[in-house]
Unconditional design. Structure first.
Length: 94
């Protein structure tokens, strides 16, 4: 029984490691390329959700993305605050 449990744990660890290795890093530069190509929020959000986040979330970097056309939903996803059940609506007022 212990051998079976060990093999199951080993298989789960191997799968998790393989899955993490398959995910490509997604950076600010990737988002900028998608924006420049005219991709919509749905595509960009799917890329973010499917990748390994490696974003620069400094104020200057977020402002630069906003100036290049990133929507509030994309910026929220980059900062880790995207909730598809309750997406941001309209411009953010400070």
């Amino acid at each position: 029984m212990r051998k079976v449990a060990f093999l199951v744990v080993l298989a789960v660890v191997a799968f998790a490691t393989s899955y993490a290795a398959d995910r490509q890093k997604v950076t600010n530069a990737d988002i900028e390329k998608l924006l420049a190509a005219g991709m919509g929020d749905e595509v960009i959000l799917n890329v973010i959700a499917g990748g390994e986040p490696s974003f620069d979330t400094t104020v200057d970097a977020l402002i630069a993305l906003k100036q290049k056309g990133a929507s509030p939903a994309v910026l929220a996803a980059i900062t880790g605050r995207w909730n598809p059940e309750n997406p941001p609506v309209g411009p953010v007022v400070s």
